[in-house]
Design a protein around this ligand. Structure first.
Ligand code: AMP
Length: 425
């Protein structure tokens, strides 16, 4: 697994924009971008042919050093397929969930293909949420730590002037949410005239939020002769239309089936009377978590707040995260969850989408997901890469229809369990 430095994590949480290898930034303090101090290179050895390899894929010496310092020894399946294709300049449609290593799947070729002798932004990544934009920025920053290129994140919820300062210094790669990127384009603080690589990350989520017109306006400002790639967990008809309109003869790369679940997730459902839900959950968390970390999903912001209060009354250390909170509150909560001080986090869908929380042992659908895509996205929060995880779904008397739908799709992978609350009954 990646050997995340605490300074990077702090940077991830707090930084609104930063450039490659941002050192620790605190929420209250947003420093102007500055040159990264030179970093000791790990010892990587060339193969007998003189080249450097990531598994069977040849990479540059700079990239080999970055991958080694991140602890990435072998490419994941999506990386194995995407990296050579994207390095060759071919458009890619990647159907892969978060947790499969898809960020590096497009990040590695993008970093490799940046030409340090050329001016202007060359790579552009569009992401649905500020959290994902920051996360992608950080991953690309780590991947490019020895190439010393500049990557800037532009997203709403942060003062635009900080981003303008960073962009003025010259960015090679920009990662942003569509709204804020359009804002920069209309102010002419960002030019996409030299972009030759575009990635639409979590494209299904961007469509759900209604970003399609914004995405198309942004794409119109990039040169036609560019490489365009799209990543999405699901591939419905609207997505195919975008692919048709904006990609050229793409290679389709699919890791897992349309609604295939992450390999090592144990899926369990508990039937529970609606009136018993809080008590049932509380008992479960107190007896079954075994030192693990749980991420719980609720439908609404108010639902998150209420559940947090009820669990806190039962002396469970829990916090919530949702879009109604300020960025610094969200960052604070995410930080304590990531570094393990906080073991139980209740989130709305939108807040949790795309977050990389590596060691979650339990995902709990306290509220039923609305559809299969949501179910798959949510349970993709656990068992990331090679780790084991359990996805639990609470099913009340009102949720039977959705339970049938999940069962139809995942079949025998979903087991029935009994909550401790009902065990003695
Ligand atoms: P992603 O699907 O991009 O969100 O990545 C999921 C997690 O896998 C992140 O924590 C990455 O740091 C990690 N990761 C990605 N690629 C590799 C790799 N080749 N080896 C080990 N860990 C990886």
């Amino acid at each position: 697994m990646s050997e995340t430095k605490s300074s990077d994590v702090a940077g991830t949480e707090a930084a609104s924009i930063s450039e490659t290898k941002a050192a620790a930034e605190t929420p209250t303090q947003q420093r102007p971008p500055r040159q990264q101090p030179s970093q000791a290179r790990p010892n990587v050895e060339a193969a007998s042919d003189g080249a450097y390899y990531f598994g069977s894929l040849a990479v540059s010496y700079d990239m080999a050093c970055s991958l080694s310092s991140m602890g990435y020894e072998n490419p994941s399946p999506v990386q194995e397929q995407c990296i050579p294709t994207m390095l060759a300049g071919t458009d890619v449609v990647g159907q892969a969930m978060t947790g499969t290593g898809k960020t590096a799947a497009f990040g590695i070729p993008m970093v490799e293909r940046v030409d340090m002798d050329r001016q202007g932004v060359q790579g552009l990544v569009l992401a649905p949420t500020r959290e994902l934009a920051v996360q992608v920025r950080d991953e690309i920053a780590k991947l490019s730590q020895f190439k010393k290129l500049r990557v800037v994140a532009c997203y709403g919820g942060q003062t635009i002037t900080t981003q303008i300062t960073a962009l003025e210094r010259g960015a090679h790669i920009v990662v942003g949410t569509p709204g804020r990127l359009l804002d920069h384009l209309s102010r002419r603080t960002l030019s996409l005239a030299n972009v030759n690589m575009v990635v639409l990350d979590e494209a299904d989520e961007m469509l759900d939020i209604g970003f399609l017109p914004d995405i198309e306006r942004i794409l119109r400002q990039t040169p036609k002769a560019r490489q365009t790639s799209l990543f999405s967990a699901t591939m419905h008809a609207a997505m195919r239309r975008i692919v048709h309109r904006h990609l050229q003869s793409p290679e389709w790369i699919r890791v897992g089936g349309e609604v295939e679940t992450a390999p090592k997730v144990k899926q369990v459902y508990f039937e529970v009377w609606d009136k018993d839900k809080v008590k049932g959950l509380s008992g479960f968390l107190q007896t079954q978590l075994n030192g693990g970390k749980a991420l719980l999903f609720r439908k609404t912001q108010i639902g998150v707040d209420r559940l947090v209060q009820s669990l806190q009354r039962d002396r469970i250390a829990v916090e919530g995260i949702h879009g109604g909170m300020t960025q610094s509150m969200r960052s604070g909560v995410m930080k304590s969850f990531k570094d393990g001080r906080l073991k139980v986090l209740v989130a709305t869908n939108v807040a949790a989408r795309g977050l990389d929380i590596p060691e979650v042992s339990h995902v709990i659908n306290y509220d039923m997901p609305q559809n299969m895509e949501e179910y798959i996205h949510r349970i993709g929060r656990t068992a990331r890469m090679e780790a084991d995880g359990t996805a639990i779904t609470f099913v009340t008397e009102w949720d039977m229809e959705m339970l049938d739908m999940i069962m139809d799709t995942v079949g025998d992978d979903l087991e029935r369990g009994t909550l401790p609350l009902y065990e003695s009954a």
